[in-house]
Design a protein around this ligand. Structure first.
Ligand SMILES: C[S@@+](CC[C@H](N)C(=O)[O-])C[C@H]1O[C@@H](n2cnc3c(N)ncnc32)[C@H](O)[C@@H]1O
Length: 289
């Protein structure tokens, strides 16, 4: 496990994932009944962007200026983006930054925790010892939050179905090895068998179009309930960028969230573009019946 999210925190892919996560939580909370938020690959919960450039011995180009850095300068963003930016600024201030530029960036656990109601509950899984320790220090004493050093895919089997009878599962793995796609499909299958009504969001990198398309085909052959995918490309198909986009598959999406997310993806694409050919779109993989 060499992956450290620090170097990527606040990049365009984090921005896209976290905006969609915020909308998922907001839409699920349109119903009074509480739910379980299960973050299978939680990370450390909060990131110091100053460390993003020098967290290890290698010199790195910081990724956040082309992500959250660009968003913070936008005038009049759509409400779904404003809500996310408010949380980013809140995290930064609470972390003690008084400067004009954002320094501390919230990860998915921090963002989800801010939205939790008394009837909601969170389980956060992180296997890397240092990341787990940081996450436990950050959120381990928060009421209704459980931080665990377990394999997130195993947690799906251990925790679903949950007593709340409603769940949002975020699967956001590091894609360090080629087996990750198969692990995601197995995890999703476990979730659907154990709790067919749960909402599952899966983040994936757009590095090879063909690999992503075969993932879509595998999903479409999996007898899934309603499923869409929102994808953001920061460059066109011929780009040589190592990461030219990313996407989020949502199984059992909340009603009408597709309309807002497709607008947000289209709005974010030109803001986060790195080359010509940037785009944002939403495609239904399995239509609602
Ligand atoms: C992409 S990062 C998570 C970022 C986080 N979800 C966010 O949006 O802020 C992936 C994390 O998963 C952890 N990880 C890798 N394999 C894991 C596994 N099988 N179970 C739990 N955590 C894992 C890595 O250590 C890394 O911190």
């Amino acid at each position: 496990m060499n992956y450290r999210h620090h170097f990527h925190a606040g990049n365009f892919a984090d921005v896209f994932k976290h905006v969609v996560l915020g909308r998922l939580i907001a839409y699920l909370q349109k119903k009074e009944k509480g739910f379980l938020y299960l973050d299978t690959h939680a990370g450390r919960g909060r990131y110091d962007l100053e460390r993003a450039e020098k967290g290890d011995s290698r010199a790195r180009v910081a990724e956040w200026p082309a992500g959250i850095g660009r968003l913070l300068t936008q005038v009049d963003p759509p409400p779904g983006v404003s809500a996310y930016l408010d949380l980013v600024r809140r995290c930064d201030r609470r972390s003690g930054n008084l400067g004009a530029n954002v320094r501390f960036y919230p990860g998915s656990p921090w963002l989800a925790k801010e939205g939790m109601r008394p009837q909601d509950r969170m389980v956060l899984c992180e296997l890397h010892p240092a990341e787990h320790a940081a996450l436990a220090a950050e959120l381990g004493r928060t009421p209704r939050v459980s931080v665990r050093d377990v394999n997130g895919y195993h947690a799906i089997r251990a925790l679903l179905p949950c007593p709340e009878k409603r769940a949002l599962v975020l699967i956001d793995p590091p894609f360090e090895d080629a087996n990750e796609w198969a692990s995601i499909l197995a995890g999703l299958s476990d979730a659907m068998q154990r709790m067919p009504s749960c909402t599952v969001a899966i983040w994936y990198p757009l590095t090879q179009r063909a690999r992503v398309d075969s993932f879509f085909a595998e999903l479409q052959g999996s007898d899934l309930p309603a499923t869409w995918v929102a994808e953001l490309s920061v460059a066109g198909p011929g780009s040589t960028l190592s990461l030219r986009g990313c996407g989020i598959v949502v199984v059992n999406p909340p009603w009408q969230l597709d309309l807002e997310v497709s607008q947000l993806a289209a709005w974010l694409a030109p803001v986060l573009a790195q080359e010509v050919g940037a785009s944002g779109e939403l495609i239904w993989l399995v239509r609602e019946t």
